[in-house]
Design a protein around this ligand. Sequence first.
Ligand code: ZN
Ligand code: ZN
Length: 434
Amino acid sequence: PAGAAEPALPGRRRSAPPGGSAVHEATSVGACRVLLGSATPSLESWQATVVGRYQRLTMNERIGGAEQQGSLPAVRLVDMNHQPKHCTIAPPLLDAIAQRIARGEQSLIFLNRRGYAPVLACHDCGWKSECPHCSAFRVFHKIDRTLRCHHCGFTERVPRACPACGNIDIAPVGKGTERLEEHIAELLAGVTRPDGSPLRIARIDADTTRLKGALESQLASVHAREVDVLVGTQMIAKGHDFRHITLVAAINPDGALFSSDFRAPERLFGLLMQAAGRAGRDADHGEASEMWVQTFHPQHPLFAALKKHDYPAFAAQELKEREAAGMSPFGFSALVRAEARDQAVAQGFLNAAAAAAQTQQLPGHDAVTPYPAVPMTIQRVANIERAQMLVESPSRAALQRFLAAWQPLLHQTRQQGDFKSLVRWAIDVDPLAI
Ligand SMILES: [Zn+2]
Ligand SMILES: [Zn+2]
């Protein structure tokens, strides 16, 4: 991660030959103190190997698998522009899942949103299930008929009628994993397992794994092949070694393509690569395993690289854009966050501290750009207003000098007038999410 201390590599540095050398040649890195391992390294780490600060070693074989290209799943992009309107699962994907069930194979379907529906709404007056304490909607959980805020935890029973106008016809909008599970069960009604028994669907997300041991027992039933279709959030797409899953599907990953956070595409690519790695771990199924991605943007370069399982191509494209925009790892940044009961106080504090830094000509200030304070994406959590200020510099040394000198000024600013009521402030260097 970008925020982690970067290890020095003592001893001989040798860049890997094109195409990579096997990691088994570990003798050449015998002097290394730190070994970083990932199928999808952070772009900061990757760039460090490009410029030779880190030594890159490439593994050409999948763990427990056959030759790499032979056993990686085929990536299928479903162009949702050409599917029936408002369908959650495209008909060809549904067919493919049904075929797996008939063959006794498992499918994994993930959606990055838990609960039944992200919002409950009244179509008469426009009421929505907003959290009274946060600038976010409370999520409808059908299983216990609650509205829960995923930011502050505020939970209430679902009202019998619209709290604003009394209309009894309030309805869920959008889909979370709970509703997806129900929807898939409806769509696949009538599909049976090879022995004629009814199919089994399981869901794994933060809601189903709250109890101690719940995750382990759910994973055990997947491994024991008691489950045909596994639905869940991205927590199931990472890290678990499912040997009989031959189809992995991302239902709606488009949000990350156009996020205001410049790291969102990197996270999405990493997630999809890792999810694809869930399919076809078992050499018996390797040939036939598939990763399906539903998208309204099939031409996006991220998906072109994904189709070829080509992390270096993705990294090259993404790094080119970041270089042009002066973003990490080519530029350096820090976020100063402030929290207060009043948004104007939080923003005012940040702006006043930045103005003071300008007036006092702090060390490094000529190479550092502070941007105006803005509300955070989730502006209010548990009745606390949150604001942030981005500070950028092409020079890490200048940024560090500036921040060191700015810190006492931030403390001083807090002692002035309204800013005394500030709840807290903090500096986050190399923020992982913006
Ligand atoms: Zn209403
Ligand atoms: Zn809340």
